[in-house]
Design a protein around this ligand. Structure first.
Ligand SMILES: [Zn+2]
Length: 145
């Protein structure tokens, strides 16, 4: 088994691909509620999308985008068990949600064909975490615009 927290070194043929969909995703802050289980997609594993599963804790200002975000608990986060993320980074896991399924399907259509035959784990590196534990999508260029 490959540990998704420690992805293998990526062969050149499986270079990470950019995610242009998440930064443009239109989803409201109120779409999520405390206590819900969500995933933040990070890449591809064994031919499927994979990401970090987290629990929504409480509303929190998302400093990198200057918009309302959500404080999340990552059970595998170690020193970074609590991070703050923008709602558009989150995908519902605890219920079949049409809005989130549309986004998941779009991500699959965009990414999976580029990783056909790859049975390993590819972390595409779409997210960075600031010193204040705010997750920021690298395609979220608002801070530098
Ligand atoms: Zn949803």
């Amino acid at each position: 088994m490959t540990d998704p927290q420690h992805p293998l070194k990526i062969p050149a043929a499986w270079a990470p691909v950019p995610d242009h969909l998440t930064p443009q995703r239109d989803i409201t802050h109120a779409h999520f509620r405390p206590g819900e289980q969500v995933v933040i997609l990070q890449g591809v594993a064994g031919g499927e999308l994979w990401g970090a599963s987290m629990r929504v804790v409480t509303p929190s200002w998302h400093t990198p985008t200057d918009e309302n975000g959500w404080r999340l608990r990552d059970p595998d986060g170690g020193e970074r068990s609590y991070v703050t993320a923008h709602p558009r980074y989150l995908v519902h896991l605890n219920r079949r949600c049409p809005d989130c399924l549309i986004h998941l399907r779009a991500m699959e259509d965009s990414l999976l064909p580029k990783f056909t035959g790859n049975t390993g784990v590819v972390n595409c590196g779409w997210y960075e975490i600031t010193a204040l534990n705010h997750m920021i999508h690298i395609g979220d260029g608002r801070q530098s615009r």
